[in-house]
Design a protein around this ligand. Sequence first.
Ligand SMILES: [Zn+2]
Length: 378
Amino acid sequence: MKCKCLPLVAAILLAAGIVQNVKAQSFEEFVKQQNAEFEEFAKERQQGIEALRNEYEQTVEDYRRAMNRMFDSEISSIDLMSSDDNIEVKNKAKAPKATISSADLEKNAKDAKNDLANTSSGELMKQLTGTTTEEANAQQVKEATNKLAAVISDVINQTETTPNEQPKVEPKKEQKAEQKQEKEIEKEQKKDQKAEQKQEKDVEKEQKKEQKAEQKTEPKAEPKKEQQTEPKKEQPKTEPKKEDTKTGNNNIPSGKPCTYTRISSPFGERIHPVYGKKSFHKGVDLASPNGTPIYATADGVVAFAGVCNGYGNFIKLNHQNGYKTGYAHMSKMVVKTNDKVKKGDLIGYVGSTGTSTGNHLHYEVYYNDQVTDPAKTL
Ligand SMILES: [Zn+2]
């Protein structure tokens, strides 16, 4: 019995062994194939992230150039505005309140420039994404590149003038007016000017009544009245020549240098919307259509009329009493260096030259080497 069974058992074992071997072989093949595919995928992925990293590094270089140009522009304009131009101060004006020294502003700009020079591209990546360049995935590297590109675009790419471009601010102005004046104004805006004027008179009458009744308790009734009675788009929000009547001095900057729809960027410290760093806006941006006339806000001498880096066509007036005013991004200038100007004289037209995001007048007021908020003089 044993002898008969043995070959059969051997045959069965042999067959099983062959099947097993075949199975093992095909499995090995399978794993090998899978590994090869994975390697190929990883290689492609590596090449992809390398390309993204290279693009990031390139963008960092562009970013450095753009930012340095901005800092240099800032520093040179601070120097230009704080200079006394070797012009004799005849009647020293009383110093305005709340100012910032140009030296501090210049130091800030220089510190920021040094800061950037000392920040490696890896450190920038960490600031932008919270992770290192090595650990950042493709999405994070892309994100960092896009953030830098947005800053570059902010700083550099929007320098071209767009003639006759209407400011993009009017709808916002309307919103602002609505917020301020609420329901009354919503109705007023639908009526024509005559109706508005009528209503203004009514409001004035009411205000006068209120004033009489509450003269002692409400000294600030007048600004309220102004807001309510000025729904027209081009109206300034403050009385233009208030300072004049107070001081009787045409050498102290006062009033609006041009008509404007709104202050599109106020004076003071601001956080950059993209890269989150602090910077200082040392003037006010008055949004106004291209070609709007710009007038001198005080008597003085044209200390500079020319191109000043990011400020484009720039005019500096020295008012010979410590005060100096600056007018940037003009489309056209109609005075030249050393010209004498009177308050209210035409000096140029609104534009978007230099580093500018649209037609507006960037307006600065200095007192000696102190930078002041021009909004207080408008
Ligand atoms: Zn500005």
